[in-house]
Design a protein around this ligand. Structure first.
Ligand SMILES: [Zn+2]
Length: 200
């Protein structure tokens, strides 16, 4: 396999217009290209939108962009957990291995922040690390942690350590949670049909 694939789902169109989606994809490619190359994927990274349920190789990553008023982690995986800020990754043991669900709340963020949030969730996902493991200490912008920082802003950049850690782990299998896209499609259909309980 010559490319490393990162799949994005955006059932509710929070990455629209298309220019914003392309901006997010290009920024994520900028983050993942050096990681993929370092990990032996000679042709770098491909960032691919997924329009429907899709069987994803366990080596690859998937991030779901969601509206601010619906969480697949809460409503599909039934995990209340901490309130979702910019993004969240659920890691759950299923049949003896970890299964990952990464989501990013999309509204109100520009393309730069959306790409950084998505990459941050990919770090939780691929490195199999909880919040306290990936970013111990207070929830602040910590420049030393780069994109692993608990809070991200326009000054946050990917560090050499971020690249090295992700490259070292990139081929480690992490099962991406199945069935999330069909769940989101059903909720979008309910919302469009005027169901007042579409997100409950
Ligand atoms: Zn985090």
């Amino acid at each position: 396999m010559a490319t490393y694939n990162v799949f994005l789902s955006d059932v509710f169109g929070v990455l629209q217009p298309a220019s914003k989606l392309i901006d997010v994809m290009n920024r994520l490619k900028g983050f993942f290209d050096p990681i993929a190359t370092q990990a032996g994927f000679a042709d770098g990274a491909l960032i691919l939108p997924v329009p429907a349920e899709f069987a994803i190789d366990d080596r690859f990553l998937e991030v779901h962009f969601i509206p601010d008023d619906l969480s697949a982690i809460e409503k599909f995986a039934n995990d209340q957990g901490a309130p979702l800020l910019g993004g969240r990754t659920l890691i759950r043991a299923v049949n003896g291995s970890s299964q990952m669900l990464s989501e990013v709340r999309g509204l109100g963020h520009n393309a730069e922040m959306l790409a950084k949030l998505a990459f941050h969730e990919c770090m939780h996902n691929k490195l199999n690390r909880s919040g306290s493991q990936l970013h111990p200490g207070p929830s602040i912008v910590n420049p030393a942690l780069g994109l692993a920082s608990a809070e991200l802003d326009q000054t946050t950049v990917m560090t050499v350590a971020n690249t090295a850690e992700m490259a070292a782990a990139l081929s480690t299998p992490r099962k991406q949670w199945p069935g999330v896209v069909p769940f989101l499609v059903q909720r979008r259909l309910r919302k469009e049909a005027g169901d007042p309980f579409w997100n409950t």
